[in-house]
Design a protein around this ligand. Structure first.
Ligand code: PLP
Length: 369
């Protein structure tokens, strides 16, 4: 799918974008430009459609990387006297804990291993043990290992116990099915530069309309107040503060391609194929995945580093980069690993070529797997 000599990013954002998406950034827009503001509107409408948001939800875009939107959602939607349950199986869950600490919001951590999805039963237990809990902050796809958490079951248990559910769907949105019509999800966060295959620079929060309407004046942050961001955009059609114009334009074109490809089912199917190609070719080289296949999401795969004394991740990374592929270091606390993404404007040909390059580099390094 790729033309040109740029390296292929097999990383979970920034990632490899199509040339049409990059070309969308070759002109400038003013923030008062009606065409630009209409473009923002259509982007928000299409983002809502991806998860069947309907009239009960609104999409609030926000400048910055994905974390800005996570912090904005928590700061705007959780009352100061709330208490948030955080099932923790990786670095992005731990980041949510740090956000809660900074915001001085009470939380309960449900500690899990990095290869262990949370279960609805464990969440229900936590509700029983600690009646203070008002909210759950759930990472759908823990990108640090590539682990999938069972969102539908989590949403169902939150609905049953009347707890508000805020979902970090950063690396699953667009790739995995999420259906807001099933109920239980109050807010869902993602960003431009992950499975939608846009460029990084804006996040968005899809939130229940009536919930957002009740949050005026709550955010301790001016710039990250989602209520104000939405209210201003409704009133003026413009972004509050300078918009990431080129990022929005690239996301518009990326969404056009997403829709033309066949939406989430087709995008997800391409990533599944990428993931299978990657994993089977890496296994043929002798590598093992960190996760069991049942809990592996088709977005990023963590591999155990070879135990050979000649192994140096830094040298390996540089040589594979020289061959045209950018990999990702591991992000796990327990074992030495590295990661390979299967998302972006790539298909199984790139995955296959990447593994071929990895095989050649191992031979050059004298590393046995
Ligand atoms: C990418 C990602 C984020 C946001 O990280 P940024 O560095 O702010 O882009 C948050 N949560 C998950 C699960 C992610 O994959």
């Amino acid at each position: 799918m790729i033309v040109g000599n740029d390296p292929i990013l097999l990383t979970p954002g920034p990632l490899t974008t199509s040339s049409a998406t990059r070309q969308a950034m070759l002109r400038d827009w003013g923030s008062w430009d009606a065409a630009f503001n209409r473009m923002t509107q259509t982007v928000c409408t299409d983002l809502l459609d991806v998860v069947h948001g309907g009239a009960d939800y609104v999409c609030v875009p926000l400048q910055g990387s994905g974390t800005f939107s996570v912090e904005a959602a928590i700061g705007t939607l959780v009352p100061r006297e709330g208490c948030v349950l955080v099932p923790n199986n990786g670095a992005y869950c731990a980041r949510i804990v740090r956000i809660l600490q900074r915001l001085r919001i009470a939380y309960v951590e449900l500690a899990l291993r990095e290869d262990e999805p949370v279960t609805a039963a464990a969440i229900e237990d936590a509700f029983m043990r600690d009646p203070r809990i008002t909210h759950v902050a759930q990472v759908h796809l823990e990108t640090s290992a590539g682990l999938l958490n069972p969102l539908d079951e989590i949403a169902a248990v939150c609905l049953r116990h009347d707890k508000r559910l805020i979902v970090d769907a950063m690396s699953s949105f667009g790739a995995l099915p999420i259906d807001l019509r099933l109920g239980g999800i109050d807010a869902l966060i993602s960003a431009s530069g992950k499975c939608l295959e846009g460029v990084p620079g804006m996040g968005f929060v899809i939130v229940r309309r009536d919930l957002l309407a009740s949050c005026e004046g709550r955010s301790p942050s001016l710039a990250m107040d989602l209520y104000d961001q939405y209210a201003y955009m409704q009133k003026s059609t413009q972004w509050r503060f300078t918009p990431p114009t080129h990022v929005v334009a690239a996301l518009r074109v990326a969404l056009d391609q997403f829709i033309a490809e066949g939406g989430q089912p087709a995008r997800g199917a391409r990533y599944v194929k990428n993931c299978h190609t990657l994993v089977s070719a890496m296994k043929a080289l002798g590598f093992e995945t960190f996760l069991r296949a049942e809990v592996q999401a088709p977005v990023i795969v963590t591999f155990h580093a070879p135990r050979d004394p000649m192994w140096r991740f830094g040298d390996f990374y540089a040589a594979v980069r020289e061959a045209g592929f950018v990999l990702y270091p591991g992000k796990l606390t327990v074992v030495e690993t590295f990661r390979v993404g299967c998302i972006g404007a790539v298909d199984s040909h790139e995955m296959f070529d990447a593994v071929a390059a990895i095989g050649r580099v191992l031979v050059e390094m004298g590393v046995k797997v």
